[in-house]
Design a protein around this ligand. Sequence first.
Ligand SMILES: [Zn+2]
Length: 283
Amino acid sequence: MKHEIWFAVSLCCLLLVSCGQGKRDTGIFPSQHPVSVKTPPQGIPDRDRYTKYDRDAILKKVTEDKRYGDLIENTRKSVGQLVSMSDEQLRGLIPPANTKRALMVHRKGCPVHGGGVSVYQPFGTTVDLSLPLQVRCPIGGEVYPSRDFPDDGQGWLDDRPDSPTKGEKYYFVGWFNHWFLQSLPARIKMLGQLWFLTGDEKYSRTAQVLLRRFMEVYPDIDSNDLTYDGTDRGVYIKTTCTPWEGPALMNLTDGFELLLPTVDDQFIRDYRDLTSTKYEVRF
Ligand SMILES: [Zn+2]
């Protein structure tokens, strides 16, 4: 499986290089480098394509080294809110695939208070799970979208007559969507680690619900729905920005491998089909 992901990442690098060739007039472009494409071995059951870990050996190491205690506790806290959510609430964190994904609500910040004087400000890059598909302004404390600032997932169009950003879009839902999806692989991995170390099913349940929902939307996620601040075209692979897509999928698979004993064969086939999908790359 990792071979297939590696293939996808390699393919992206190759396309980046090749597409840079035609635009050498301006800008900075990566130099050419060798790309290796590996084919996974054939005739092996899906389950055996993934890395398996020696749980007894890992538990022994964790028990003997006190430093792991704090690490595990911190990880528990990191996913505590997710674990407390119902299946329906967890699924609600990931909207339909055609929902915009935006790194910034708007380069000016909040539509009322501004604050967008530096990248990602004032909203930052960390979503509040108690406000799914929403964003709270750290300056005024108000939450978007709202009655006056509706956003159906495609952004709120500023139609205020005297607004300096009239005619531009603010992506409230898109901001949450991007940063939650961006964080999802790491969260899945943490849940996998905790299940592996504790055997507590609440961690595997949470991870599987999120993974299932992600697998539903991922095939139809389109790089054209991703934007930096609504004004750029960007160079994006699929879900997230170009340099982040590969590591995100690797994190996701690391987590999936840890959860392998908790999922049935059909789940494994579905996951394999999902992550071996060829990416559509647009420039
Ligand atoms: Zn505000």
